[in-house]
Each structure stands twice: as structure tokens, then as C-alpha cells.
Design a protein around this ligand. Structure first.
Ligand code: ZN
Ligand code: ZN
Length: 279
């Protein structure tokens, strides 16, 4: 199998379930040619799922020695999955730009509720449903709109290479209100988001994390034709938190991309992003 690459992957530095080396060894064992780790970047406060700033030096050092150790077996790269928290703290912030990373993923997991409190909306659907009523006065539409505005604001501010799991929210939104993603206003937000990604020449990931469990990619496969139309550079990433899941759902994603007429995916080789034919 070709196109064995992955650039969205967690480890013990954040909420991944194994150390960095275990992910790399699995990648080598499965024949991956190029692999990147992307822990959840530190936030200005503690969370159970993100790194702490105190760990950053260790993160950089761990990567460096593993890259040397496995240099003749795999190309190994270092990234971070950085949250858009607000206009002061996001992927474009100097604090992230100064880090010696190979790439940055920009993701939105956090929103501000009606009282200005930061809320994690990247949670299991039943919990999300409670959040809608408890933090957003039951107004799912304005929550969705806020989520899209954040993704687009993050894109506008820039400072990252890969748009992480675009519209991941649709799965939870559909749980609360089936059919919501087909509504014209939702479709307009999708179009606006991907046009903005295209304008800013971002790479967009097809996040395969939940496909075997919930039968859904982020973004949803119904948008693959739009991605093709906009000629967006795409990557297939597993967002794996377990070494044994680094390759999960990749063949299915590649097959569906091909079905939508997409011929290449982006891979990082020799330190350069390249369009590599699928298959
Ligand atoms: Zn994420
Ligand atoms: Zn992730």
C-alpha cells in the first residue's frame, strides 16, 4: 500500500496513550515512509488533554533523538496541533511561531459560551447536547455559526499549514438536529470555510479518526467534491491517540477521495510538501 504517511498524531505529551517512540515504531513496522507527531499545544491554562509549556523542551528533545535514532528507517517530523483560543492566543501567536517545528495544524475545539466562558465542544455527542442547552441557551445554530467564524478567523490570522478536522462539529450537530448540515445556511458556511482555506493556500486534512466507529470523516465525505472543485491540497490523517490506530481508515479515505476525482495527496518528503499520486 502506498501513501503511508500521517501528520496528525498524539502521544503521552498530551492525551495520546503511548510514548512518542511507540508511535514511530508502529509507523516503521507498518511501512510508513513519513510520519509526524502533533501533540495538543499548550494552552494558557491546564487541561487534561493539552501539553504544558514546561514540557516543550522535552518534546523538542525527544523528537530530535528519535529522528536521529530512526533516521535510516523513516522520515520523522515534528508538529503541534494548535488551538484557536482567541485573537491573542492561536497558531499565529509568536510563542508558537518561534518553535522549531516542521509544520503546524490549526484546530478549533473551544468556543466561548453566552457568558464568555471557554467551553470544549469536541466531546462525545450526548455531552455536547447538554452543552448546547446549558451553555448556549439551546441555540445550536448560533453555536455552529460561532464555530465556523472561529475556524475562519483562525485561517485569516494564519501561522499554520494544515487545517485540522474542518467541520468536525457536524457530527455532534447532526446528533442534536438530524439534517442540520444539509440546511442552506450550513452549506454556505461550508463553502465559505473551504474558499477561505483555498484563498490562504492551506492544506486540508481528511481526518479518519472516527470512520470505523461512526462512519464519518472530518470533513464529511459529502464535501469531497467541493474540495476537488477548489483544488485544495489534501492530506489523510488518522489523528491517532493509540499506536495501533495510526493507519485506521486510511484506505477507505483514499478510495473515497479517488471516487471524488481527487488524484493526489500531500506528503512531506525531504522537508518539502509534495503532491503524491494516490495508489
Ligand atoms: Zn483536534
Ligand atoms: Zn488531534
Amino acid at each position: 500500500m502506498s501513501n503511508l504517511t500521517n501528520y496528525h498524531s498524539h502521544c503521552l505529551f498530551c492525551d495520546g496513550r503511548a510514548d512518542m517512540e511507540s508511535f514511530l515504531r508502529f509507523a516503521i513496522a507498518q511501512g510508513f515512509t513519513s510520519y509526524g507527531v502533533s501533540s495538543h499545544a499548550p494552552l494558557p491554562y491546564h487541561t487534561p488533554w493539552s501539553m504544558e509549556w514546561e514540557q516543550m523542551e522535552h518534546y523538542l528533545n525527544e523528537f530530535s533523538w528519535l529522528k536521529k535514532k530512526y533516521n535510516d528507517q523513516i522520515e520523522f517530523y515534528l508538529g503541534l496541533e494548535i488551538d484557536y483560543l482567541n485573537d491573542e492566543y492561536n497558531p499565529s501567536s509568536i510563542i508558537f511561531q518561534e518553535l522549531p517545528l516542521d509544520y503546524r495544524i490549526g484546530s478549533v475545539h473551544l468556543l466561548q459560551d453566552v457568558n464568555g466562558e471557554t467551553v470544549d465542544i469536541d466531546v462525545a455527542a450526548p455531552i455536547f447536547s447538554d452543552i448546547v442547552s446549558q451553555h448556549f441557551d439551546g441555540d445550536l445554530k448560533s453555536l455552529v455559526q460561532a464555530y465556523f467564524y472561529r475556524q475562519m478567523r483562525m485561517i485569516e490570522l494564519g501561522g499554520f499549514d494544515i487545517l485540522g478536522h474542518p467541520d468536525k462539529l457536524h457530527f455532534n450537530a447532526e446528533y442534536c438536529q438530524p439534517g442540520i448540515m444539509k440546511e442552506p445556511w450550513y452549506q454556505s458556511l461550508i463553502l465559505e470555510l473551504f474558499e477561505s482555506a483555498s484563498k490562504h493556500q492551506l492544506m486540508v486534512e481528511i481526518n479518519t479518526k472516527s470512520y470505523d466507529v461512526f462512519n464519518v470523516f472530518f470533513p464529511n465525505e459529502c464535501h469531497f467534491h467541493l474540495l476537488k472543485e477548489l483544488d485544495l491540497p489534501l492530506l489523510v490523517n488518522s489523528d491517532s491517540h493509540y499506536p495501533e490506530r495510526i493507519n485506521t481508515n486510511r484506505p477507505e479515505a483514499l478510495r473515497l477521495l479517488e471516487k471524488a476525482g481527487i488524484k493526489t495527496v500531500r506528503e512531506l518528503h525531504g522537508g518539502k510538501w509534495m503532491d503524491i499520486p494516490i495508489g
